[in-house]
Design a protein around this ligand. Structure first.
Ligand SMILES: O=P(O)(O)OC[C@H]1O[C@](O)(CO)[C@@H](O)[C@@H]1O
Length: 465
């Protein structure tokens, strides 16, 4: 096992640690062996688009790196306009792999631009960003697979309007690039009309599985992240997880444990990194898990209404916010810790106040020692209370380990989808709310939704207090 390999420690999921009621037996895992083999076969046969990415991106990586090299000196700011799968992976990569103060400190950035992910359509947040940036030194990457997401297209229209007003219509092509489907949606049409540079999202890769396509790779490369190493990490995990042998496949084993936990009533899957750099990967995981596995019907069309609820937490911060609930509340959670053995930097706690025993024990330790000890202490405390927990261990946080992690979680999601006999690649449940918005805002062909909204029952004022 190489030093740069992430590992799964699932000791604290097992019945010998947690007791029969709350733990999992080897037999329960073994009983899923045949189902796992069948799921493995289905996945390998259908070969979902995300599985090809570690091997198929060499050309596009070259193209992205060339584009970045040719454009670095033109921009001080790089802004991602996108939401959901078109933003979360980008944010997670930036938080995990660049210095936390990258945007504030030119020494950390070198020749690379500041990066911004407005993500939401909160007017205060977006207007303030545009007021803050020098638009003549800003490149916007408009990312939308469908090319029609209301939030992203609104952000684009506003930013486009301001660039055109300040710098002229001819400047649009120099300040916007489009990352979208090659053959469908409105964004590709706009990009062509404007002469904007374009990167394509493969049709067979869904938004939440797309961080290793230009969706995540372009902003990462602009921010100085080594995208070849990222893909090499994904490739290493792809090789490791090519086996149907659940005992040697961390993606499948984590998936099986999550499924067994769900069946035992632990319907909440908490991801809790003890490393601030991984906090936005817990957010990325939330979308991946929720949209993929939260489904009304199974593959045969039977109503099943299934799906674990993914929750993000952060150690040590949430020890002072959530730990009470995790320790003593309902037995409805499985906690996956993310631990980084060697942090990028460390800092020693000075030895002061030797006469104060509530403070003096800290001196001489480092913050890495403190945060990793707190993780181990929380892990033991939870285990003593028969609370399911397991850990994905990163030897270090770097492109290679992050690439492994992304691929592992994506494969795990696809695998659990197969075991649950649901389609993990669609998200029909998000449409109705979008359609009401279209109708209310006057989009053509959504008049029935506008009418349904207008005709909705008046709220009972007695119930508004
Ligand atoms: O990339 P797009 O098409 O703008 O979609 C953004 C997000 O919206 C969703 O379709 C949900 O509304 C997600 O699945 C997707 O990641």
């Amino acid at each position: 096992m190489s030093n740069n390999e992430i590992k799964l420690d699932y000791n604290n999921m097992m019945a010998d640690k947690l007791g029969k009621e709350h733990g999992i037996s080897f037999k329960e895992i073994e009983n899923l062996k045949l189902a796992a083999e069948a799921a493995h076969e289905k996945i390998t046969d259908s070969n979902p688009g995300f599985m090809e990415l570690p091997d198929s991106q060499a050309e596009i990586v070259k193209e992205i790196n060339e584009f970045v090299d040719n454009n670095l000196d033109k921009y001080d700011n790089f802004v991602v306009l996108g939401i959901g799968g078109s933003a979360l992976g980008n944010i997670a990569l930036q938080t995990a792999l660049n210095n936390p103060y990258y945007n504030l400190n030119a020494d950390y950035r070198g020749e690379h631009p500041r990066v911004f992910f407005p993500d939401n359509v909160d007017p205060d947040r977006f207007k303030s960003l545009l007021e803050t940036l020098d638009l003549s030194r800003t490149l916007f990457n408009v990312i939308s697979k469908s090319g029609s997401t209301a939030e992203t297209m609104s952000q684009f229209l506003i930013a486009r309007g301001q660039v055109a007003a300040e710098l002229g219509e001819d400047a649009i092509k120099d300040h916007f690039l489009a990352t979208t489907s090659k053959d469908s949606g409105f964004l590709i049409e706009i990009a062509e009309r404007e002469g904007m540079p374009k990167f394509y999202i493969p049709d067979n890769v869904g938004g939440r599985f797309s961080v290793l396509t230009p969706v995540g790779l372009v902003s990462a490369a602009f921010a100085g992240i080594d995208i070849e190493k990222l893909l090499a990490g994904a490739r290493a995990m792809k090789e490791r997880t090519a086996t149907a042998d659940i005992w040697n496949n961390p993606a499948y084993m984590h998936g099986i444990l999550q499924l067994l936990a769900y069946k035992k009533g632990k319907t909440i899957s908490v991801m809790m990194p003890y490393n601030h750099g991984l906090k936005d990967f817990a957010d990325w995981y939330r979308q991946l898990w929720a949209e993929s596995l939260g489904k009304e019907v199974d593959r045969e069309g039977n109503t099943v209404n299934v799906g674990p609820t993914p929750v993000k937490a952060l150690g040590a911060t949430d020890q002072h916010s959530q730990a009470q609930l995790y320790m003593e509340g309902p037995f409805d959670k499985l906690i996956t810790f993310l631990e980084v053995e060697n942090h990028k930097q460390d800092i020693e706690i000075p030895e002061e106040y030797q006469d104060l025993d509530g403070v003096n024990y800290l001196g001489g330790h480092s913050l890495e020692k403190l945060i990793n000890t707190e993780k181990q202490a929380t892990e033991l405390a939870l285990t003593k209370r028969n609370r399911m927990n397991n850990t994905i261990i990163f030897p270090e946080l770097n492109e290679h380990t992050v690439g492994q992690f992304i691929y592992m979680l994506e494969l795990e999601t696809a695998f659990v989808g197969e075991l649950m006999n649901i389609n993990a690649y669609n998200q029909p449940g998000v449409e109705l709310g979008k359609h009401y918005t279209y109708g209310i805002l006057g989009r053509e062909n959504y008049e029935d939704k506008a009418k349904e909204f207008a005709d909705r029952p008046e709220p009972d004022s007695d119930l508004i207090i």
